[in-house]
Design a protein around this ligand. Structure first.
Ligand SMILES: Nc1nc2c(ncn2[C@@H]2O[C@H](COP(=O)(O)OP(=O)(O)OP(=O)(O)O)[C@@H](O)[C@H]2O)c(=O)[nH]1
Ligand SMILES: [Mg+2]
Length: 301
């Protein structure tokens, strides 16, 4: 269990671990996490857990190397995920690098990105996983990735590109957000026109022109996911610093199952605070439906 109040450097390393796609990257991230983990009594357990994981992973890599198999695994889908899709040179890697710990190659030359790249961006005490899909005009474009995600960011620097991307997306079910990257530094009038056009076509869109719009993009990704943030707490303790991300209409029982992994039947009492409660500390059953930003308390003894 991750303890509370970790330093930004630790959280960054943890983000790197979560977004790693190979065991080698994971080992590197674990090294950073061990380095940044506080070295006092209350975090002894955590540190020794990290060291065990590190050792096991190292052993696994050695085994794989001996067997001659590749250690590359598929991208693990996180609770909040968005895939960036667009034509070449529109700024997909630049967006990924502005928001996450990923360090994709950014260049004026076309088709720089030839493999999907993942990164994690901090959001509301948790993370959103962002993935750059190589440009749609290249053979490196990964259709499966787009088909399985909840949110598709159609990154464009020209409105004409939207149709081309939509054709490529086909029946992918993810929610679409048009992200207009003001790469060419348009003047206010031009930007206003772009905005008016996007509005008139009833697109779900955002125009990236400054730092604030990057934050707005994260909000939009979260809102479009329809998912909810639920905090947990133990009796007489503060709520957890990090929310867990649940599907819409989840119940208290779903949360218990996610945390206690098969032991939710052991829950003796449940209390809730927040938007779905009638009053603070209301006692509820496992079937109670949760809302965004609820706090749930479990008592198992
Ligand atoms: N001025 C300006 N330049 C940008 C912006 N976004 C991207 N660029 C430049 O545009 C070029 C392409 O950017 P990338 O982020 O590599 O584009 P990409 O969509 O990942 O391209 P590929 O991976 O090659 O398909 C680089 O030279 C960037 O520096 C922006 O917002 N403003
Ligand atoms: Mg790129």
């Amino acid at each position: 269990m991750a303890s509370t109040n970790q330093s930004p450097a630790y959280l960054k390393a943890h983000g790197k671990f979560l977004s790693a796609s190979t065991d080698d990257e994971r080992v590197e991230a674990l090294e950073d996490m061990i380095k940044e983990c506080p070295k006092h009594k209350s975090s002894e357990n955590m540190l020794s857990n990290l060291k065990t994981r590190y050792k096991k992973l190292k052993e696994k890599i050695q085994k794989v190397k001996k067997s001659g198999k590749s250690s590359r695994v598929g991208i693990k889908k996180e609770d909040l995920q968005a895939v960036i899709v667009g034509m070449t040179n529109t700024g997909k890697s630049s967006l990924l690098s502005a928001l996450t710990n990923a360090q994709p190659k950014i260049a004026e030359t076309k088709f720089t990105t030839t493999t999907p790249i993942t990164g994690m961006t901090p959001y509301s005490g948790t993370y959103i996983q962002l993935i750059e899909n190589p440009s749609i005009e290249s053979e490196y474009y990964d259709k499966g990735l787009t088909n399985t995600t909840d949110t598709i960011l159609l990154l464009v620097d020209d409105l004409e590109q939207i149709k081309k991307i939509e054709d490529k997306l086909g029946k992918a079910h993810g929610k679409r957000i048009i992200v207009f990257n003001d790469k060419n530094n348009l003047n206010k009038n031009q930007l206003r026109k772009i905005e008016a056009t996007l509005k008139s076509k009833r697109y779900n869109f955002i125009i990236l022109s400054n730092k604030e719009s990057l934050e707005n993009l994260k909000d939009k990704i979260f809102q479009n996911s329809g998912k909810i943030r639920v905090f947990t707490k133990e009796p007489n303790c503060e709520k957890s610093p990090r929310p867990i991300i649940m599907k819409p209409h989840s119940t208290v029982g779903d949360v218990a199952e996610k945390i206690l992994k098969g032991f939710s039947k052991k829950v003796k009492t449940l209390k809730i605070w927040g938007p779905s409660s009638k009053f603070a500390g209301q006692q509820v059953g496992l079937k109670h439906k949760l809302k965004d930003l609820d706090v749930v308390e479990f008592k198992t003894r």
